[in-house]
Design a protein around this ligand. Sequence first.
Ligand SMILES: *Cc1c(COP(=O)(O)O)cnc(C)c1O
Length: 401
Amino acid sequence: MSVNIPYGRQNITDEDIQAVVDVLQSDYLTQGPEIFKFEKAFADYVGSKYAVAVANGTAALHLCTLALGVKEGDKVITTPITFAASANCVRYCGGEVVFADIDPDTYLLDINKLMTLLASAPKGTYQGIIPVDFAGRANDLEAFRVLADEYDLWIIEDACHAPGGYFTDSKIVNQNCGNGNFADLAIFSFHPVKHIAAGEGGMITTNDKALYDKLLTLRTHGITKDSSQFKNDLDLAIGSTQYSTPNTQYPLWYMEMQALGYNYRLTDFQAALGLSQLNRADAGLVRRKEIAKTYFEEFQGKSFIKGQSGVVEGHAYHLYVIEVEDRLGLYNFLRSKNIFAQIHYIPCHLMPYYKQYGWNEGDMPFAEKYYSQCLSLPMYPTLADSELGFVIDTILSFYEI
Ligand SMILES: *Cc1c(COP(=O)(O)O)cnc(C)c1O
């Protein structure tokens, strides 16, 4: 087989292309009506009250830490097995990142490690937690919320891998990733390797009206056009005292920059693409689950398999991870057959940037062991059965099975 098989790939249909063309021929290029439609549809999809579309997932994380008021001296806990942005958003606001190790079975932030960490310092030492629904597996945010309430912490759920994922709570209710029932804020990415591709793009979901209002202004320079929020008086707004009467309204051009925000807007044509892709999200999820089940069944019990994502209820399967012996050998062998598996992730605490803050090898034994043998296999809805079979056969042949 000569075609390249990557670990993830977007799928752009004729409807997607038409949706983008329609916007290009309309009056709006940057934020317009498609943004609002996409936000509404996305909020409905995950079951949150509010959604705010932004330029990318990293901008979403940054706006979350800004809206929550992260500042120098704040300490925020996250997992080392994530994309660097999950941690970096704390640094953008001058806060300190504290890593806690993963559970070797779920690959998620281990709540027991978190508990130990929180209990070992006076209350008030930590301000927040950023659990990541790594690979698409949902965190048990109900349990995280109990701890967060006890220690007065906020929660940002990094759900970039998990649109459509869920966990089942103690009342046997399925809780969608990003539904805002337990986390203060959740974020998603529309990078092409993620479930919903918009070129670049991100979304923040929340059930908190005050945070929602803050996010809307922070996404566009901290500027508000809502006259009920204005702080300056009418004379200043009008630029003259000569018109001022009790009936005078703020002039229509008037706006106020009230906080230091950014330009983190999404364009309207990206929103149209995201919306069109969102319509196929459930079908994509069904295929991802099929692929996961096939991998699991083919590899279960094989001696070279040290761990795998497995078949897990509510898993959104952004990635399918296997842990193997001779990972480097397998990786290179797959590449020689045009199968481009990937590693997720090099532990964040071992990045030179974080090592300068004192993190080092040995600090996160489970994350480091996981890193030594993990490999993300091709996982995307358009992966054909023949390609899937080829990937599996190639892996089996490497181990001479
Ligand atoms: C992709 C990703 C991000 C960042 O999203 P971008 O849109 O690429 O900025 C953050 N966290 C996780 C877990 C991701 O996978």
